[in-house]
Design a protein around this ligand. Structure first.
Ligand SMILES: Cc1ncc(COP(=O)(O)O)c(C=O)c1O
Length: 350
């Protein structure tokens, strides 16, 4: 800890899922997409490379215009950043204060407490109900803001947009941020509500549904005053978070919606088959609308299954955390990947 500032000493950094350097593993631990990105990308990337001597557009205008067109909103309602983790970090800084606590579920994306710690934002975690669902009535209390993923991670459970409207109305004076990282795998977005709710910020990523985790592009949708708030923080931190290649590739991805509907639909089908396979082996599988499932076995502890899968070349995620210690979060790969996982699991649960 030598040379560290007091500020840095106080941090509790996020631990990312393992990224092995070799290809020995079937990698089902960080919810990446098993299919390649649209082939449309290559031309766009080559063209953008020619412009690399010059800084990119600080506002990522062309990418914002492409997203705005796809969402049928104005480009001034779109903000782009270096992965949705960065957009989330800017959101915490721009909209959540140290006065009233920020609310989020007790079981959720584990980067939220890290961002809150970084900015000194007080937090109240709200327990999911006994079925691991968000019950919005539990959020009807004074707060500095609300954030949660929809579908939630790591449960995969989707919250109906009607319930989100109740939250937006109760917390009309605060930002309610809905992290739609996994919305393309069967959920229904609340992006259409941004016109009506000046406190709604929707955050998305190209990492999961668009097979571009390596590119690092995420974005937020909200009314122009929220986008201005994000820009205010961005421009105090890094003027050019989206590089030329990332902006061009992401814009090309947006324009090939049909391709992504195809692969994301395929993932949803595989998820259904895999869930049924797990259930046949005795697992309890939470109803997922994401590109992963969250499952536990009545007899074999989560830690044991995690270790056994790893020994057999399969990486999944296990959280050593109250209530979910017995669960594994397993990303959905190809049909072949998931059949192999079931074959391996069979040996340990019989
Ligand atoms: C709920 C949720 N939000 C955001 C992210 C971050 O995505 P990225 O920074 O790759 O855009 C993740 C990544 O796993 C996630 O699970």
């Amino acid at each position: 800890m030598e040379f560290l500032s007091e500020r840095a000493k106080r941090l509790t950094p996020y631990t990312a899922g393992e990224q092995p350097k070799d290809a020995r593993y079937i990698k089902l631990n960080t919810n990446e997409n098993p299919y390649p990105p649209t082939p449309e990308l290559s031309g766009a990337i080559r063209e953008a490379a020619a412009g690399l001597p010059l800084y990119p557009d600080p506002d990522a205008s062309a990418l914002r215009a492409a997203i705005a067109k796809a969402e049928n909103i104005g480009p001034d309602c779109v903000f782009c950043g270096n992965g949705s983790d960065e957009v989330l970090s800017l959101t915490f800084c721009a909209f959540f204060d140290a006065v009233l606590p920020l609310l989020f579920p007790d079981i959720t994306y584990s980067f939220y407490p890290v961002f809150a710690g970084f900015y000194g934002i007080p937090v109240q975690t709200v327990p999911l109900n006994r079925d691991f669902e968000i019950d919005v009535a539990d959020y009807f209390r004074p707060a500095g803001g609300v954030i949660f993923p929809n579908p939630n991670a790591p449960t995969g459970i989707f919250l109906d947009p009607g319930e989100i409207r109740r939250l937006l109305e109760y917390h009309a004076g605060r930002v309610v941020a809905v992290d739609e990282a996994y919305i393309a795998f069967g959920g229904r977005s609340v992006a259409g509500l941004i016109r009506r709710y000046p406190n709604l910020l929707v955050i998305r990523t190209f990492s999961k549904s668009h097979s571009l985790a390596g590119l690092r592009v995420g974005y937020a949708l909200g009314q122009p005053h929220l986008v201005a708030g994000l820009n205010r923080v961005k421009n105090s931190f890094n003027s050019y978070p989206v590089d030329r290649i990332a902006a061009a590739a992401a814009a090309a991805a947006v324009s090939d919606a049909a391709y992504y509907a195809g692969i994301d639909g395929k993932i949803a089908e595989t998820r259904g088959r895999f869930s049924r396979g797990l259930e046949k082996l005795g697992f309890t599988v939470l109803p997922s609308k994401a590109n992963f499932v969250f499952a536990s076995h009545p007899r074999v502890p989560g830690a044991t299954l995690f270790a056994k899968l790893r020994e057999n070349g399969i990486l999944v995620r296990w959280f050593n955390q109250p209530r979910i210690r017995n669960f594994l979060r397993i990303s959905i790969g190809t049909d072949e990947n998931m059949e192999h996982v079931l074959d391996v699991l069979k040996n340990f649960v019989r």
